[in-house]
Design a protein around this ligand. Structure first.
Ligand code: ZN
Length: 150
């Protein structure tokens, strides 16, 4: 899913939450940023580690090239080695849930992440891609074991 689509839908979702549930402005902001920005920071960290660069223009073109697999055949898609998207997982949601007992703002991060994940899964499903790399750390490790690194 395009970042702009995430941003747009995240804004609508956060605004509706703000109006319906009367959350505070800070809670709205945390929710909004979690629906499109915070969760996708994992790919930024992957880029920094993999390419040893902080250049935003290089990141942009690298991230754009990651979508190349969409045009590959179904057989080729099975061999794709996905990046470990550690923010895109149930395990992280579970950890955040535990910590949210100590910090209520994390609850809004969780809601934002779940909203984002559902959109990502719909997108992957529509593109006929396996959603595993954005579901669970353990599922990812199990499924990605036999694929070749990029
Ligand atoms: Zn995402």
């Amino acid at each position: 899913m395009k970042p702009t689509t995430h941003l747009f839908l995240g804004l609508i979702f956060s605004l509706l939450s703000y109006l319906i549930f009367e959350i505070s402005l800070l809670e709205f902001l945390i929710l909004f940023l979690s629906t499109w920005f915070f969760i996708d920071l994992d790919i930024v960290f992957i880029f920094i580690i993999k390419k040893r660069s902080l250049n935003p223009f290089r990141f942009y073109s690298w991230a754009k090239n990651q979508k190349d697999f969409i045009i590959k055949s179904k057989k080729e898609r099975k061999k794709i080695h996905y990046y470990f998207r550690f923010f895109h997982s149930f395990e992280l949601i579970l950890l955040l849930l535990i910590f949210s007992f100590f910090n209520k703002f994390l609850f809004f991060v969780i809601i934002g992440f779940v909203f984002h994940l559902i959109l990502d899964w719909i997108d992957l499903y529509n593109l006929n891609l396996d959603i595993f790399h954005k579901v669970s750390w353990f599922y990812y490790l199990k499924k990605n074991k036999n694929t070749k690194k990029q």
